[in-house]
Design a protein around this ligand. Structure first.
Ligand code: ADP
Ligand code: GN1
Ligand code: MG
Length: 374
């Protein structure tokens, strides 16, 4: 990533309606896509800001993306207010740019936007407690519920086919055919493992095509660190709204379980540390279903564990594709980072595959006890 001087960042900042006296602008967070900076004020009581360079390689339509975020945040804020909550604490707020838009384009053609920074919150890369798991489940269940009456026609698809397994496998095949940086040989065994399962992974797509699963507005990037928890580890705000689009709820469930069902990071090097934790899985499922049970159809509930296998599978495919094509998509922090991520996700998938029945039993158990008001 390009290093930005304080002067360059100040210049970008000056194009937004920012008040106060800026103390510092520093890199922040551990997202893989955008570049994020925390903007602090000399007065600790004054608002702080979060400045982001939008990854234009990933998000081609920045205007459409920004409109999506405007619609989604306005809708969420109205719902939170209706329910007696604090919209500015519980929903992201975009900062207007001086030209009346909510993003700016710099001299190099890069796009930037700003939010208010949510003070006294934390986002975790790795789960530590069942409370964090259940609060994250609650966050995404409530998020889907609040967006269930936002007309999908208002939103553009910021990344078409984002969790479409057939599309992701086509992208893998393309990377294999190009073998652009000569890495294929080294990962042929992972390619074989994934392709062996390609047919088995289309269950959700097929159910969708057969009209058995409705498309709803979902978050599409429900990893643990896309939720801000407060100092008591209670949910405060769902963040990273770039991918909010119509999709199947099983995608959101699966992506969350990917980061919540085990305490190892998604790029764990020592595969023996990747161990499924069914208490964390149960806690997430409880938090999620308590919020979502009223609007989910029985078929959707039954599809959730399939999502819990599908998304780690797709994530393995995506990390592997990026490794083979020479690390062009995700930010990497060392040369073989995408390979390490691939192997960790493959291991997670492998364990999930052998224990799907157990995941189903827990899900059914949680579902029944919520239905019976236990
Ligand atoms: P990316 O798309 O790169 O993942 P995110 O929007 O998720 O970018 O932001 C990266 C990180 O910055 C988050 O994981 C979180 O730790 C932090 N973050 C993002 N938005 C806010 C906010 N408004 N207030 C506080 N922290 C935030
Ligand atoms: C990216 O933006 P971030 O870091 O929250 C990616 C997700 C992946 C995730 C893997 C737009 O999420 O799809 O699941 O990395 N986001 C995009 O950690 O591709
Ligand atoms: Mg993020």
């Amino acid at each position: 990533m390009k290093e930005y001087s304080a002067e360059e960042l100040q210049n970008i900042l000056s194009q937004f309606s920012v008040k106060g006296t800026i103390e510092a602008i520093k890199p922040f967070g551990s997202g893989h896509i955008n570049s994020t900076f925390l903007v602090t004020d000399t007065d600790p009581q004054a608002p702080f800001y979060l400045l982001q360079k939008i990854n234009h390689n990933v998000f081609k339509d920045v205007e459409g993306l920004t409109n999506n975020i405007k619609h989604v945040t306005a809708h969420l804020k109205a719902k939170v207010a209706e329910q007696g909550g604090d919209p500015d604490a519980e929903v992201l707020t975009l900062i207007a740019a001086n030209k009346g838009s909510y993003y700016i384009k710099d001299a190099d053609g890069n796009y930037w936007r700003m939010y208010y920074f949510m003070k006294d919150t934390k986002s975790y890369d790795m789960v530590e407690t069942e409370k964090q798991a259940s609060e994250t489940g609650k966050a995404f269940g409530r998020f889907q519920k609040m967006l269930s009456d936002l007309p999908a026609s208002l939103l553009v698809e910021t990344i078409p086919g984002f969790q479409d397994v057939e599309l992701r496998l086509n992208q893998l095949q393309e990377a294999i055919a190009n073998n652009a940086v000569g890495r294929l040989n080294k990962v042929q065994h992972v390619v074989d493992y994934l392709l062996d399962r390609a047919d088995r992974m289309t269950t959700i797509l097929k159910m969708g095509r057969e009209g058995k699963l409705p498309k709803r507005i979902i978050h599409y990037d429900t990893k643990l660190n896309n939720v801000l928890l407060n100092d008591k580890d209670e949910v405060q705000c769902v963040i990273d709204l770039d991918t909010v689009m119509p999709g199947y709820v099983a995608y959101d469930f699966g992506d969350a379980i990917r980061t919540i069902i085990n305490k190892a990071p998604e790029d764990e090097k020592d595969l023996s540390k990747i161990v499924l934790n069914t208490n964390l899985y149960r806690a997430y499922t409880q938090g999620y279903l308590k919020e979502a049970i009223d609007f989910l159809t029985p078929e959707e509930v039954a599809s959730l564990t399939e999502g819990a296998l599908l998304i780690p599978y797709i994530q393995t495919v995506r990390f592997l594709t990026d490794y083979i094509q020479g690390d062009t998509y995700y930010k990497t922090h060392f040369p073989e980072h995408n390979l390490q991520r691939t192997l960790a996700q493959q291991e997670l998938y492998r364990q999930l595959e052998t224990r799907q029945d157990e995941l189903n039993t827990i899900l059914t158990d949680v579902y029944q006890s919520i239905k019976q008001g236990a």
